[in-house]
Design a binder for this molecule. Structure first.
Ligand code: SF4
Length: 379
């Protein structure tokens, strides 16, 4: 099945609706049924223009097309990342207003689940996905510090229960994404690449204008096409490389037409660490994204909260400018060769913290207040 690239200049529902309709027609898809589930990427509550999340205008347009076809019961489902404020996911991200269109917004972290068999024994997926006539995967095109890119394969991680999300990281993340792609297959994929994210994705990168929607049905093939647009060799993306080896996609993405005017070059995330001045947060494939990003989210929350302006902020500014702090997290966390004072984030690092006498912040993932307290105490 080919992949269609539709040029989309802006987030205008009137513009996006015919683009999606035409792409489905060009792909020759016969989408029929009554119930549909749409799975955007809303890993944390974030404003639509932040480039962190699938823009609600894309989902709005998708709903229009499904209603035209005759779908009656349409659900938008997302299970935000570990530690995200689930209560404000749909409100902050501009999705709440879509319930006026008669669709239901469902927190997949609380959804009823059914067990399916997969390589690692059994997996619990939302019943709503298993039961729906149509499952549409609507990822955001972003770079990612652990997996190089986050596209349709990675977006499926939001279907998992929190317990399975954590297990994914224990198993190494990339291979489980491929195994998930073998057992949960969307009927349609629409990637939001109107405003994508480059650099320190998935949460701290910069907006990158691509001006396109990427539409297809095969997870690996669509992600390969996206890599081509991003100027990233798909063989450098471990889960896509494994996917091609496992024969769950064609050898090359079938890209109709010339993609010359949407092809670009994305800055990648630093795959070793992220840093703010002299505070380094080390990447680890066995750490959950919410642990990796909990540090920068904690600093952001302190900047917004007057309670910390006279306490944490001066202290942090001093440490970041004149000292060095290294933050490690996740299973199998390693002590970097060169480091300053080490802070161990999250329950996974308790052992290494105890053995080496490092500062330890409990939690799974740790709470912002606890991280800020640990930084305040760091000498
Ligand atoms: S402590 Fe962090 S890395 Fe470990 S399981 Fe919890 S969220 Fe994941």
């Amino acid at each position: 099945m080919p992949v269609k690239i539709a040029k989309a200049e802006k987030y205008d529902v009137k513009l996006l609706t015919p683009l999606i309709r035409d792409a489905i027609e060009a792909l020759g898809l016969n989408l029929r049924g009554k119930t549909a589930i749409l799975k955007p990427n809303i890993v944390i509550p974030a404003k639509p223009k932040s480039a962190i999340i699938t823009h609600p205008a894309v989902v709005d347009a998708m709903i229009n097309v499904l209603k035209e076809i005759g779908f009656e019961d349409i659900v938008i489902g997302e299970g935000a990342g570990l530690g995200a404020d689930e209560s404000s996911v749909f409100e902050t991200s501009g999705y709440k207003k879509l319930d006026k269109k008669g669709v239901r917004l469902v927190n997949l972290n609380k959804a009823e689940r059914v067990e399916i068999k997969w390589k690692y024994d059994t997996l619990k997926i939302p019943k709503i996905i298993a039961d729906a006539d149509l499952y549409v995967n609507l990822p955001k095109m972003k770079t990612h510090g652990q997996t190089t890119v986050t596209l349709s394969m990675k977006n499926q991680k939001g279907l998992l229960s929190n317990a399975d999300k954590m297990k994914f990281h224990k198993w190494g993340l990339q291979e489980p994404l491929v195994e998930l792609a073998k057992v949960v297959k969307p009927d349609l994929i629409v990637v939001d690449a109107v405003e994508a994210m480059e650099g320190e994705g998935p949460l701290r990168g910069k907006s990158k204008n691509v001006g396109a929607l990427v539409v297809g049905t095969n997870l690996v093939e669509v992600d390969m096409a996206c890599c081509e647009i991003m100027g990233i060799n798909h063989n450098e993306v471990e889960h896509i490389k494994i996917g091609t080896r496992e024969n769950i996609c064609p050898e090359k993405p079938d890209l109709p037409g010339d993609i010359g005017d949407v092809k670009t070059s994305f800055k990648r995330a630093n795959e070793n660490y992220g840093h703010i001045l002299n505070v380094y947060s080390w990447r680890n494939p066995y750490a959950c994204s919410m642990c990796i990003d909990s540090f920068s989210l904690a600093v952001k929350s302190a900047v917004r909260n007057p309670k910390y302006w006279l306490t944490f902020i001066p202290k942090f500014a001093y440490l970041a400018l004149f000292k060095r702090i290294d933050i490690i997290q996740g299973f199998h966390a390693k002590i970097p060769d060169e480091h300053g004072r080490i802070i161990c984030l999250g329950d996974c690092t308790k052992k290494i913290a105890e053995e080496s006498g490092f500062v330890y912040v409990k939690g799974c993932p740790p709470k912002s207040e606890d991280i800020l307290e640990a930084l305040k105490k760091a000498k």
